[in-house]
Structure formats: structure tokens, C-alpha cells
Design a protein around this ligand. Structure first.
Ligand SMILES: [Zn+2]
Length: 150
């Protein structure tokens, strides 16, 4: 159960990481230029949505225009946003927690085995409850299992 839970969390964190890495700033020299969709001046950054679409905002309002990658490209890339950098650090910290909670693999290779074999050993007693708490944030995900509930 612990290793399935750890795999579930690593998958969610990989998604979070992709989202965070896609949180890019618009180049400063382009900020204020007209939006290719509506013509309003563009704010200083864009937020990645799923499937390669970037939302840009105008005048600080969150509901801006969703640009295709082609429309987004001329605005350039001025690096990851502060929020994206913070989200990346958060994901890395959570991945390290998963690593601490997951039971270590123990070699079970027998004398006649032709390949090395491993199985999960005994982990820390608090490993599973910690992973369950981390996974509770993703309880609405379709891969989340009812048996992981606290
Ligand atoms: Zn627009």
C-alpha cells in the first residue's frame, strides 16, 4: 500500500512540477503590448493552462485571453515566475518527504537467482500516515483510492 501511495504522489508532483515550470514571465519589453486576441495591453506574465495554452492577463484581472503556443511565442520568455519557483521548491520538498516515508528496498536475491531481486523492507511506522496526509490533498483525483483515506 505504501509504495502505491508513493507512486500516486510522485505522479501528482510530476504534474505539479510541469505546471510550475510552465509559469513563465513575459519579457519586460513586451509587457504592455497589445494582446493578439483582444488588443488590450498585456500584463507582465502568463499562466500555463493544460494542453499548451497560456493565459495572459490585462490590467491585473485574472480572466484574460487564452493564447495558443503560436500566439504566445512572440511574447518571449523571461524566466519562471516567483510563484512558479516557489511551487517548484514545494514539489521538491514533498518529493523528499515521500522518499523518507517510503520503505527502503531490501535485496532478496537468492543463491540460484540469475537476477538481483528486491522487495520493500520495513519502513518507519509514521511513513504511511504521512503519505496518507500528503495524498489527502489529491482525494478528488480519479486514481486516488478510498483505502488511502485517514
Ligand atoms: Zn486579450
Amino acid at each position: 500500500m505504501t509504495s502505491e501511495l508513493a507512486t500516486f504522489l510522485r505522479d501528482r508532483y510530476a504534474e505539479d512540477k510541469r505546471r510550475a515550470e510552465g509559469s513563465r514571465k513575459v519579457r519586460n519589453d513586451i509587457s504592455g503590448r497589445p494582446c493578439p486576441r483582444c488588443g488590450e495591453p498585456v500584463d507582465g506574465w502568463g499562466s500555463p493552462l493544460d494542453s499548451g495554452v497560456v493565459r495572459i492577463t490585462h490590467g491585473g484581472y485574472l480572466d484574460g485571453c487564452d493564447l495558443t503556443e503560436e500566439e504566445w511565442a512572440p511574447f518571449g520568455d523571461d524566466g519562471i515566475t516567483d510563484e512558479g519557483a516557489h511551487a517548484l521548491a514545494d514539489v521538491e520538498m514533498k518529493l523528499s518527504l515521500v522518499g523518507l516515508c517510503e520503505p527502503p528496498l531490501v535485496e532478496t536475491t537468492g543463491p540460484k537467482d540469475t537476477e538481483r531481486q528486491f522487495m520493500p523492507g520495513e519502513g518507519a511506522p509514521w511513513g504511511l500516515p504521512v503519505l496518507q496526509r500528503l495524498a489527502s490533498l489529491y482525494a478528488d483525483h480519479p486514481d486516488y483510492r478510498a483505502e488511502w483515506r485517514l
